[in-house]
Design a protein around this ligand. Structure first.
Ligand code: TYM
Length: 332
């Protein structure tokens, strides 16, 4: 069976709707057809300052949400990045194969570095995509299910895999990004030209999986819509309504044209009320299940440690092959 692999940072107290529709929904689907690896990239989270106590908590919260959202830890391998030392080891090698200009061109690096101020930004921010490439290449996955904002990082990973293969001989599988049809880019509800993100200025534009259903309904109902009254998908002229339509399509069996037809002649308010109902109905059981799982942190920790052992069985031999191809002397 082909493999897939993906990860989500433990950098907030809950996953948000972008994480869910951009990635988690696809993770659950690919489990059926692939040997799947899902992990929590805690090493990535420290490229911006993190509180250690939050890190412990947020790592478990992420794991609980993956499982509550439909990841089966018996079928798929679920683990924490820092428990598999091969990630950091391969990252170093890939950093040595990446050009400075190539790394500086990454838009996520440019955004985050700009936010921190050029002087304050750490080297980790620049190295981040090479660690992500290592995460991926260690498992030889065929596919990487992610949202659209990770596209450039997946492309860099492909370049690095090809570069390594041509320099040192066939080693890595060159992976493909798997992007969802409707949820690949979910925008902030209050600011629908920016992507939904945990670092948003106001929480009102954000829907968190662990939010109270009442809060979720309220945020959808107060989402910014656009001038005019027509419910129509038009990213340029109607970013607010278009975002609501993509969310709706991602949650239902209906396509965007079907939704446009269903809401022809109706007001934005109708769309919002119905969407709020659909979203709450889907997310409420995930929240309940995640909170139950969090009542037993020891069990979550056990599942994650078990996952790390399984992950190392794959990552260990791949790293050993890389070391040997580079001419590193094995211990005798
Ligand atoms: P992260 O933790 O920021 O996001 C996790 C996943 O959620 C998707 N996503 C979105 N999708 C749609 N709309 C949005 N507004 C939105 N916001 C986030 C992301 O595309 C991602 O799929 N670098 C990665 C984590 C990572 C990783 C990896 C992923 C580290 N190593 C290896 C795949 C493979 C990141 O920061 O995602």
């Amino acid at each position: 069976r082909h493999r897939v692999l993906s990860g989500m940072q433990p950098s907030a107290d809950s996953l948000h709707l972008g994480n869910y529709l951009g990635a988690l929904v696809n993770w659950v689907t690919v489990q059926d057809d692939f040997d799947a690896y899902f992990f929590i990239p805690d090493l990535h989270a420290i490229t911006v300052p993190q509180d250690p106590e939050d890190m412990v908590k947020r790592t478990r919260v992420a794991a609980a949400q993956f499982i509550a959202g439909g990841i089966d830890p018996e079928r798929s391998t679920l683990f924490v990045q820092s428990q598999v030392p091969e990630h950091a080891q391969l990252a170093w090698i890939l950093m040595c194969m990446t050009g400075m200009g190539e790394a500086q061109r990454m838009t996520q690096f440019k955004d985050k570095a700009a936010r921190q101020g050029a002087e304050a930004a750490g080297v980790g921010l620049l190295a981040y995509p090479m660690l992500m490439a290592a995460d991926i290449l260690l498992y030889q996955p065929h596919g990487v299910p992610v949202g659209d904002d990770q596209r450039q990082h997946v492309e860099l990973t492909r370049d690095l895999a090809q570069r390594f293969n041509s320099r040192f001989g066939e080693t890595f599988v060159v992976p493909t990004g798997f992007y969802p049809e409707n949820g690949a880019r979910i925008y902030d509800l209050q600011n629908p030209t920016s992507k939904m993100s945990k670092s948003a200025e106001s929480p009102n534009g954000l829907i968190n999986l662990l939010d109270d259903p009442k809060v979720i309904a309220k945020r959808i109902k107060s989402a910014v819509t656009d001038d005019g009254t027509e419910v129509r998908f038009d990213r340029e002229a109607k970013p607010g309504v278009s975002n609501l339509l993509s969310i709706f399509a991602a949650f239902s069996e209906r396509t965007i044209p079907e939704l446009e037809e269903a809401y022809a002649g109706k007001m934005y308010g109708h769309l919002k009320v119905d969407l709020a109902e659909v979203v709450v109905e889907r997310l409420a059981p995930i929240r309940t299940r995640a909170l139950e799982l969090l009542d037993d942190p020891a069990e979550l920790d056990r599942l994650l440690s078990q996952g790390a052992l399984k992950a190392r069985e794959v990552a260990g031999p791949v790293l050993a092959d890389v070391y040997s191809k580079m001419g590193f002397q094995p211990p005798s």
